[in-house]
Ligand binder design. Structure first.
Ligand SMILES: [Fe+2]
Length: 270
């Protein structure tokens, strides 16, 4: 089973890059599933409905997210609750009898005679009170499926987190229970993809689709004054003319629940 995953389709130009390069990647890898992380897809701050549907048109099976998913909740609330939504929300938002986070906490996809479970979690470290404990939550979810004797051909987890320490702990916690654990949120591709003591693979971060010649999507003209003289002229929106678009993906092969291959893909636009 073949899978293409990437995170942070950031803003207009970077959605354009995904559209431009996806056909050739589909041809080269023939993926059965394509998964992306959409939390900064619209204006660099949230996913809106138009762009979620655009990604669905492009053959995306599922969009994971993170701490920005509810930044424009009003617009996507109805879609998040609909059965054909491809947009996941992190599973460990607080739930109470007063309020419940809308949307689906997990995605089950049945395609090409395979049954896949995707879980999206938010971190513990440095996040304060936004979410409940992701370790306890994911354990409850997996144990619940086990009790109901519901099996999957493979399970993958997008762990949206700050620290490598935490994703290493989470990967070990899920070792031999899921096929692949990958990190998003920190905007740098790590060189630590590896197999754990069981057959589970992990990578701390798969990086993003972004302008390489920028300071996290901002021009150096707006960023440098901040770092040198503490002058805050940081632009509220990313610049349109930033150059050297860069796409980062991981290609994953899984067989009999076991992750067999991870290949990091990097395309820098000419
Ligand atoms: Fe994030």
């Amino acid at each position: 089973m073949k899978l293409l995953i990437f995170w942070d389709i950031y803003w207009r130009n970077w959605r354009r890059l995904v559209k431009k390069y996806l056909p050739s990647l589909k041809e080269k890898y023939s993926p059965d599933f394509i998964i992306g992380n959409s939390e900064n897809m619209t204006s660099g701050k949230w996913p809106n409905l138009k762009h979620i549907l655009e990604m669905k048109e492009l053959w995306f099976d599922c969009l994971t997210s993170g701490d920005h998913v509810f930044n424009h909740l009003k617009e996507i609330k109805e879609y998040l609750e609909s059965e054909d939504s491809i947009q996941l929300v992190p599973a460990n938002f607080y739930e109470s009898r007063f309020y419940k986070a809308p949307g689906s906490w997990l995605k089950i996809i049945e395609k090409n005679w395979q049954k896949l479970l995707i879980i999206n979690l938010l971190w513990n470290a440095f996040i304060g009170a936004q979410s409940s404990n992701p370790f306890i939550k994911v354990d409850e979810m997996l144990e619940d499926f086990k009790a109901k004797k519901i099996e999957f051909d493979w399970i993958i987890v997008d762990y949206h987190r700050e620290t490598t320490a935490e994703i290493y702990a989470m990967s070990e916690f899920l070792s031999s229970r899921v096929s692949f654990v990958y990190g998003t949120h920190t905007h740098v591709q790590t060189n630590d993809e590896h197999i754990l003591s069981s057959w589970t693979w992990m990578i701390s971060d798969i990086w993003m689709v972004w302008p390489l010649h920028s300071s996290l999507w901002q021009t150096f003209e707006t960023r440098l004054p901040r770092f040198i003289s503490w002058l805050n002229i940081f632009g509220s929106r990313p610049e349109q003319d930033l150059w050297l678009g860069c796409l980062n993906w991981v290609y994953v092969e899984i067989e009999n629940k076991k992750c067999k291959l991870i290949e990091k893909i990097r395309i820098i636009e000419e």
